[in-house]
Design a protein. Structure first.
Length: 249
């Protein structure tokens, strides 16, 4: 089993008197898609925000390749190869798809010394943007304003922006939300292509998609881990079936 790229141990987060995440530990390994599931309010998005540096934990530790990063801000984590997407589309609507990806690539590969060079002429960020758009199948839409793309295309663009930063770890918060069946299958196929060299955390409500693609599943309830393991074991766990999946699964 590969060593974890991103690890969290005992992560806890309080919001006043509310315990949103309760001593959660999780390891994200290269070559694995690790799905986190649970009902609304289970703590999934708070967990991903803690892993991405959007929130500081009340207690617990986060490490990347064995190096402590607890409380590091998002830009620090991004520079070290941690990329994330959000529940809601988070693109620049007045910029083209290519410009969105180029800006994301520049954030990872900043060149503050090149004060006389136009950003549009930066070959590194431009090539990273083109590769990312090609990966998600948006090359032919690269010159379209992001605000004019369909909902599914905007979700794909957000993944492309994440890929443009050349991440080692992908934190994906409901990437299939609002997508049709064909778009969802295209994203799942992309994740399968990406996983051999990356660690992927997938927060998702589509159970068919989760059980079709996940290598490991963690189930959360009331901020804590209810169960974790291989999909078959999680599906068969009586506590999971009672609390979340229901008799249909």
């Amino acid at each position: 089993m590969a060593e974890p790229l991103l690890s969290a141990h005992g992560l806890t987060r309080h919001f006043g008197g509310v315990l949103a995440v309760d001593h959660v530990s999780i390891d994200l390994r290269p070559g694995e898609i690790h799905a986190v599931i649970g009902t609304n309010g289970a703590g999934k998005s708070t967990l991903i925000n803690l892993l991405a540096g959007e929130l500081a934990p009340t207690s617990g530790e986060v490490s990347l390749s064995g190096h402590a990063l607890t409380g590091a801000p998002p830009h620090r984590l991004a520079s070290l190869g941690v990329g994330r997407t959000f529940q809601r589309s988070n693109v620049f609507p007045d910029f083209t798809a290519f410009e969105n990806c180029r800006l994301a690539a520049q954030a990872r590969n900043a060149r503050p010394w090149a004060v006389h060079e136009k950003a549009l002429r930066c070959p590194t960020s431009g090539e990273a943007a083109r590769r990312a758009l090609a990966a998600v199948g948006l090359s032919r839409r690269s010159d379209v304003l992001a605000g004019l793309l369909s909902h599914g295309e905007r979700r794909e663009l957000e993944i492309a922006m994440c890929l443009a930063t050349e991440p080692k770890v992908l934190l994906l918060d409901e990437p299939l939300a609002g997508m049709g069946a064909e778009e969802s299958q295209r994203v799942l196929a992309l994740l399968r292509e990406l996983k051999p060299e990356r660690a992927i955390l997938l927060v998702e409500h589509d159970m068919d998609a989760v059980f079709a693609i996940a290598d490991v599943i963690t189930v959360m309830a009331d901020g804590a881990v209810l169960a974790a393991g291989l999909p078959e074991a999680v599906r068969a766990d009586p506590s999971v079936r009672e609390a979340y999946l229901g008799d249909a699964l």
